[in-house]
Design a protein around this ligand. Structure first.
Ligand SMILES: [Zn+2]
Ligand SMILES: [Zn+2]
Length: 360
């Protein structure tokens, strides 16, 4: 298929001023003739609203490059590929997914080791943070780092897998949990957590869901969590989680929330030789993990950090969905609702994920 005509301007939601609402406006669309080799233009169909979008908007991590088009989780179609691009894994017309990292060099030590998220180039090119993202009708991407979407999957339903699903799936892989093991998921009713329950169950793990509220409880139990701990109601969360796992505590904990307390609680409730996987990113001001060193040593604990996942993790996560093992609970809202959606995300009101319909 040949490159198609693209408009010169299109709608986008721009982070113009830190901590303020995104501005929805017409922006210039990069034209096919302006694309460098290796670059492409994607017409975005759907974009997910992730808690990281709130952190970026507030510049919690000190890396937001304003003005920047927000959003980093999306599904769309390739409409143009830069001239002289060699060996592209995607072609014009293909349905593709966009992730937090827009690109990675695929040549450095970290990329060779599978830690694409630690690639220097990737860190400089994160969608909706340091390069324009998915809250736009058209966005520039790099052909080598797009994710081909398997046929048969619904575009809106698959969108949250590109960030939330990838991140939680990778965390489960790193948790060392084996079939029959208990894994505690903090933030279990949210975007990452509710997908994590399903991946965990499909892997043969037993889930202790930690979150708050009757709606999230219902969702978590319906998705296969065996135990529920409401952090707002619990008088002694460490004790409650240990008892949920038969008294010894879980074999692994995955913490997908944006404040430090659940990380520090996990260190105290884990059983010996267990693994804590940190994937939520509290801001540096209060995001400190306090581990008594004697406890770390005597209980032989493992502490692992993980940022998103690599291309192989992404392909595996999509395969779980294609086989019907994982389904995203999502609510579709119109593009113009982006600021209300991010407000709901920041207030922890969202059960599952909000997906914005971008293409008109
Ligand atoms: Zn995200
Ligand atoms: Zn690299």
């Amino acid at each position: 298929m040949k490159n198609v005509t693209v408009p010169t301007t299109a709608r986008a939601a721009v982070i113009a001023t830190i901590k303020e609402d995104l501005v929805i406006k017409e922006v210039n669309v990069i034209q096919p003739s302006e694309l460098a080799a290796g670059e492409c233009l994607v017409k975005v169909d759907y974009a997910g609203c992730c808690h990281s979008d709130v952190h970026v908007k507030n510049n919690d991590w000190g890396r937001t490059q304003t003005p920047v088009i927000g959003g980093h989780e999306g599904v769309g179609h390739v409409v143009a590929i830069g001239a002289n691009t060699v060996g592209s894994p995607v072609k014009v017309g293909d349905r593709v997914g966009m992730k937090w990292f827009a690109n990675a060099c695929l040549k450095c030590e970290m990329c060779r080791l599978g830690f694409e998220s630690c690639c220097t180039l990737a860190r400089q090119q994160s969608h909706g943070n340091t390069v324009d993202g998915t809250f736009a009708e058209y966005t520039r991407c790099w052909v080598d780092y797009l994710t081909p979407i398997p046929e048969g999957l619904d575009s809106a339903a698959v969108t949250p897998l590109l960030c939330a699903g990838l991140t939680i799936y990778k965390a489960l892989k790193l948790s060392n949990a084996k079939p029959g093991h208990w894994v505690a998921l903090s933030g279990a009713g949210g975007g990452l957590g509710h997908l994590g329950i399903q991946f965990a169950v499909a892997m043969g793990l037993r889930v202790i869901a930690i979150d708050t509220g009757a709606e999230k409880k219902d969702l978590c139990l319906k998705l296969g969590a065996e135990k529920w701990v409401d952090f707002a109601e619990s008088k002694d969360l460490v004790k409650d989680v240990q008892e949920a796992a038969g008294g010894l505590g879980p074999h692994a904990a995955i913490i997908a929330v944006g404040n430090a307390l659940p990380f520090n609680q996990a260190i105290m409730y884990l059983r010996s030789a267990a693994t804590l996987v940190a994937i939520g990113m509290p801001g540096p001001a209060n995001g400190i993990l306090n581990i008594p060193i004697a406890l770390l040593v005597s209980k032989c604990l493992n502490v692992v950090g993980s940022a998103t996942g690599n291309r192989q993790d992404m392909a595996e996560a999509l395969d779980f969905m294609a086989r019907g093992k994982v389904n995203c609970h999502h609510e579709i809202r119109d593009f113009k609702e982006v600021n209300n959606a991010l407000k709901d995300v920041s207030e922890g009101k969202v059960k599952g994920r909000i997906v914005l319909k971008i293409a008109s």
